[in-house]
Design a protein around this ligand. Structure first.
Ligand SMILES: Nc1ncnc2c1ncn2[C@@H]1O[C@H](COP(=O)(O)OP(=O)(O)OP(=O)(O)O)[C@@H](O)[C@H]1O
Ligand SMILES: [Mg+2]
Length: 226
């Protein structure tokens, strides 16, 4: 479903080179809920955004849902992004002038799916934000915004879900609950989810856990849930 072969990412800053991701090999299958942990600045977001095609790798091959995405043009890439990926990003990306319920429909439309009102109601209820449907993002708390962003990212039934700190703005109970929801959706619908997190309490729900340190990715089987 996702495959990285010898992928690296180097940023040039003046004379200095930052090796954000070093020679990385990684595979994720359908139905897997995977966590990525690591210190700040270790390369977690870089890893996630390269998988999602938000930035390109310096070297190596990236395959997503059976298609190479490292050597295609930006148009093809954004098509794949809209259709196959659900992003839950660090700074949640809601459209300021749309009500919560409209955010979800816009997202389905952008992915070329028709407006499924039943699915929308189901997602809003699952994330506990159905009473906020008529509100604008500015009138929501940080945690509410994050839960709406999750519902929005899932609206078009993406094959791959990429989540960067999806529970950062939530209290403990909500964080655990949201994580379980992501896990259940991943298993039930046979999706592939990669979640970056700082929160080790969430690892019990994950099928596999990876750690990134200084751009080096390593699997940590002992940290994954049973
Ligand atoms: N566009 C960029 N230009 C230059 N350097 C960058 C760029 N993006 C990331 N970096 C550097 O690459 C390294 C990895 O960054 P990345 O954002 O992947 O870290 P992270 O693990 O997600 O950190 P955090 O937990 O703080 O979100 C850092 O040293 C960062 O400063
Ligand atoms: Mg990050």
């Amino acid at each position: 479903m996702i495959k990285l072969k010898d992928v690296s990412k180097t940023f040039k800053q003046g004379a200095e080179e930052i090796h954000a991701l070093k020679n990385t090999n990684f595979t994720a299958e359908k139905g897997e809920f995977i966590a990525v942990i690591g210190p700040s600045g270790s390369g977690k977001s870089t890893f996630l955004t390269i998988i999602g095609g938000l930035q390109s790798a310096s070297t190596g091959e990236v395959t997503l849902a059976g298609e190479r995405v490292d050597n295609i043009n930006p148009r093809q890439r954004s098509k794949i992004r809209f259709e196959k990926l659900g992003f839950i990003l660090q700074a949640s990306s809601l459209v300021p002038f749309l009500k919560v319920e409209e955010q979800l429909l816009l997202h389905a439309k952008a992915a070329g799916k028709k407006a499924d009102l039943k699915r929308r109601a189901h997602l809003l209820a699952e994330l506990g934000v159905e009473q906020l449907a008529k509100k604008y993002p500015a009138d929501l708390s940080g945690g509410e915004r994050q839960r709406v962003a999750i519902a929005t990212a899932l609206m078009h039934e993406p094959e791959v879900i990429l989540a960067d700190e999806p529970t950062a703005a939530l209290d403990t109970e909500r964080a655990l609950e949201t994580c379980r929801l992501l896990r259940d959706l991943t298993h039930e619908y046979n999706r592939t989810t990669i979640m970056v997190t700082h929160d080790r309490r969430l690892l019990q729900y994950c099928d596999r856990v990876y750690e990134i340190r200084d751009g080096v990715l390593e699997e940590k089987p002992e940290l994954a849930g049973k």
